[in-house]
Write a protein that binds this ligand. Structure first.
Ligand code: GAP
Length: 559
């Protein structure tokens, strides 16, 4: 691996670890049911985290519902009639193709096998370090780099396979890291197949992928080339489909007839209520229905902190429009949703809009764009904006027998509206805002010596606490005065009072919480009625009248 790239990856990983540690230390995010060892894919939000989350949801609701006259809200039940999931296609199609390892019991998503082998498999890593590629074009480090980082990672292995080295690895390190790999269990036979292959087609040497499959194959003629388990190297079973919806029962009888599902998306609750909303409001197409709520997916491989969880929250809008206007509304929402993240502080060079390729589109979607953020662990989706056509309303019309069409008075036209769906995750947005806000710089301590400072530079709308108020010392009437300012502030915005420890420490604590302003009552307050107010980002302090603190903060935060 090129040393520059390696250092970058290590520093990003390190950054992520520090973000996770801060989030735990300061009460943003805790592992779910931690006292019992946690539960993979489930997270709890602590006192600061819940405020941050609430602020994200409030900002979304304010910007997408309250301040628009063409979007209304909904709060539908998490558990719905199972027919909903038949109609939506989730019962038949919301599955992942999984492969089980008969050796160690590990499950791998079939479509992520090679990514897992390339990025997290200890034995592949170890094997690649041990084995030499003799090549005129590719030096070993280059081959390794391509293996690690490319989208089609397995570059051609040109040259000779170093058999003695592979044997040595199989009898030594391989035994520990890949006990069930064919190369380890029966190295002579496995290597003889590989040698036959290499010498048989000298002009078409195996690529890395084929090589990895070869070292996993003992009985080539009986089984063909095998795909190995990333953990232990055993040949994986064939893929089988695993359903991603959590199941339960409604009522006392717990049989198949009474089976229900925890919703995997909030969208279906909206489609099912399309007619209810239409009939009870004075809305006309085009209009949208918005919902924020929990969704559940039994993800096979929860990972990247809260990014892929099993319980999470979605913010979804189904925007119903005339089919002839769908392209226009798609373009409008695609841009509006991207701008929303930028406006709340995600810098556009870490944020991107990626249009789906034709072969990436869901079968019902005419167009789709992902809003992606460059997290320290990689670039990944925050939100998808899709043109779902009339697929969902048509399905529910067919399965429920209810008419889902819309009659347009003006044109005397009856039609099934098309739907534009901006669908985002609250938890993913929170993680992106947290990663973006995290910063380290220096601040002078009490003696003026520069010290490392950790600060969360949240957008003011998102900051869990907007202003903190301190007495400089716990005497001379300062606590009483500071408390009075705090009481006034907290009637209008999220405020915090702190009188414990040195004032410099209190500033640091608020920097770590992302609080934009800290106010300190000191001796001078009793002489001229002023207090200091410190800006989180510049760390500059100025004196303002004690009575104008609330006004000052609200004005600067545009609250
Ligand atoms: N109704 C369309 C829909 O649900 P999706 O792309 O499957 O589309 C929408 O999900 C959003 O929900 C994603 O962009 C993501 O932000 C969030 N999301 C999906 N699965 C998630 C998971 N396992 N953990 C956290 N957020 C998730």
């Amino acid at each position: 691996m090129a040393s520059g790239e390696g250092a970058l990856m290590a520093s990003e990983q390190d950054r992520m670890e520090r973000i996770v540690a801060l989030a735990k230390r300061r009460g943003f995010i805790f592992p779910g049911s931690e006292i019992y060892g946690g539960l993979n894919g489930f997270w709890d939000y602590g006192p600061l985290g819940v405020e941050l989350k609430r602020n994200i949801k409030d900002a979304w609701w304010h910007d997408c519902v309250t301040t628009r006259d063409d979007v209304v809200g909904l709060d539908s039940a998490i558990i719905m009639n199972p027919k909903v999931w038949e109609a939506s296609g989730h019962l038949a199609g919301f599955t992942d193709p999984m492969r089980k390892c008969p050796g160690c019991g590990h499950f791998v998503r079939a479509d992520q096998l090679w990514e897992e082998l390339a990025t997290t498999s200890v034995w592949v890593d170890s094997l690649l370090q041990a084995f030499t590629v003799v090549s005129e074009i590719d030096t070993p480090p280059l081959a390794r780099l391509q293996f690690r980082s490319s989208a089609t990672p397995f570059t051609v292995v040109a040259g000779e396979i170093d058999t003695p080295r592979l044997l040595k690895w199989a009898r030594g390190k391989g035994k520990r890291v890949a006990p069930n790999l064919a190369l380890v269990c029966n190295p002579e036979i496995t290597l003889s197949w590989l040698a036959t292959r290499v010498s048989g087609q000298p002009d078409a040497p195996p690529d890395m992928k084929e090589l990895i499959r070869h070292v996993a194959t003992e009985q080539l003629h009986q089984t063909g080339l095998q795909d190995p388990c990333p953990r232990c190297g055993a040949p994986l079973d064939e893929p089988s489909q695993v359903r991603l919806m959590f199941e339960s029962w409604a009522g006392i009888v717990q049989d198949d007839q009474h089976k229900v599902y925890l919703r995997p998306e909030t969208a279906q609750g909206i489609f099912c209520n399309f007619k209810n909303v239409l009939d009870t409001s004075r809305l006309k197409v085009p209009f949208g229905i918005a919902q924020i709520g929990k969704a559940f997916r039994n993800e096979i491989n929860p990972r990247n902190y809260t990014f892929r969880s099993r319980e999470f929250e979605q913010m979804e809008i189904e925007f119903f429009c005339h089919p002839g206007e769908a392209d226009k509304w798609y373009a409008t929402w695609r841009q509006a949703r991207f701008d929303w993240y930028v406006g709340l502080g995600l810098k556009s060079d870490r944020l991107r809009l990626r249009d789906h390729e034709k072969d990436e589109l869901a079968h019902y979607a005419k167009a789709c764009a992902d809003i992606e953020y460059a997290f320290p662990f990689g670039t990944a989706e925050l939100e998808g904006v899709a043109n779902r056509t009339d697929f969902d309303l048509k399905q529910h019309q067919e399965f429920s027998g209810r008419d889902m069409t819309y009659y347009e008075d003006e044109t005397k036209e009856r039609f099934l509206p098309y739907v534009i769906e901006p669908s985002g995750g609250v938890d993913r947005a929170l993680l992106a805002f947290l990663c973006e806000a995290y910063d380290e710089d220096e601040a002078p301590d009490e003696k003026g010596n520069p010290q490392k400072r950790t600060v969360l530079r949240f957008h003011p709308r998102l900051a869990p606490i907007k202003v903190a108020v301190f007495p400089l010392v716990k005497k001379d009437g300062m606590p009483e005065k500071a408390r009075a300012i705090y009481e006034e502030c907290r009637r209008h915005l999220a405020a915090f009072y702190d009188e414990k420890g040195a004032v410099g420490r209190r500033y640091r604590r608020q920097d770590e919480a992302g609080t934009p302003f800290c106010v300190t009552v000191d001796g001078q307050t009793f002489e001229d009625g002023t207090v200091t107010i410190r800006d989180r980002d510049t760390m500059k302090q100025e004196r303002i009248g004690a009575e104008s603190v609330l006004h000052y903060v609200r004005e600067r935060l545009h609250l």
